[in-house]
Ligand binder design. Structure first.
Ligand code: MF3
Ligand code: CO
Length: 249
């Protein structure tokens, strides 16, 4: 089970979350056609450290970089490298900030230049999946209510949900007990309680849900080569409903 955190503890996560959201917000202006994914990684890494925080992903289960930078058919966990981001690409940037021992996690999908209508639709549906999931994250509901809302919206729009990776409890550690699948049945799974902090991070494919992992042991990509999008927020369950800890302006 995931921990129930006090208001003071959630405040620490809020402070970490402010760095995450400010960094993502600044990426909207920073990203440009022709830069490498490593350049994006280095920018995020410096942003985190210049705000007095640590890039938590470095060394996490051997992961070598501050960010995951996943392009197009890459679902998640792609290494930054010398690949150039090109007009028409979609780029998912995912990172976790550690501020004074408390963590916040968010992934965002960015359109590079002019993207296709179908890429645009995938991004919109995936964002809607995230917010429909968040709406269900209220005290007294169950995790399956979140899962179901996401799956229902993706599949009713002809898209598919990645099964292998899930949202997760987060706090002092990146993965804190609770697992939040993005597919499932209403009324099932653990009860959601005030004081829980977890991520919701649907990965939605235009094609089939299957994936393969590259020989680097990390990069997950769609088995059929179709585009994949992801948006992730860290949320806290409060008496007033879900609070988006990593909300951008
Ligand atoms: N932010 C990702 C998550 O949702 C990253 C985990 S993989 C890592 O858990 F190794 F890169 F950290
Ligand atoms: Co996460």
């Amino acid at each position: 089970m995931t921990s129930i955190l006090s208001e003071r503890q959630i405040d620490k996560i809020r402070d970490a979350g402010k760095i995450v959201s400010a960094c993502h917000y600044s990426l909207r202006d920073f990203l440009e056609i022709g830069m490498t994914t490593m350049h994006v990684n280095d920018y995020v890494h410096r942003f985190i450290e210049s705000h007095g925080a640590k890039a938590e992903q470095i060394g996490y289960m051997g992961y070598p970089y501050a960010t995951c930078t996943s392009l197009n058919d890459e679902i998640c966990h792609a290494f930054p490298d010398n690949e150039i981001i090109a007009d028409g690409d979609i780029l998912k940037v995912d990172f976790v900030v550690n501020l004074d021992g408390w963590l916040a996690d968010s992934a965002w999908c960015y359109a590079i230049g002019n993207i296709s209508d179908e890429a645009e639709k995938l991004m919109r549906i995936t964002r809607e999946c995230l917010y429909l999931g968040i709406e269900q994250a209220v005290d007294g509901n169950r995790i399956g209510d979140v899962s179901h809302a996401i799956q229902q919206h993706a599949e009713s729009n002809g898209m598919s949900v990645v099964r292998e990776y899930t949202g997760h409890g987060i706090g002092r550690t990146m993965h804190d007990g609770l697992i939040v699948p993005h597919f499932g049945r209403e009324g099932r799974g653990p009860r959601i309680r005030e004081g829980m902090v977890f991520t919701i991070e649907p990965m939605i494919n235009i094609g089939a849900p299957g994936l393969t992992v590259d020989s680097d042991g990390w990069t997950a990509r769609t088995a059929d080569g179709s585009l994949s999008a992801q948006y992730e927020h860290t949320i806290a369950i409060t008496a007033n409903g879900p609070e988006i800890i990593t909300a951008q302006p």
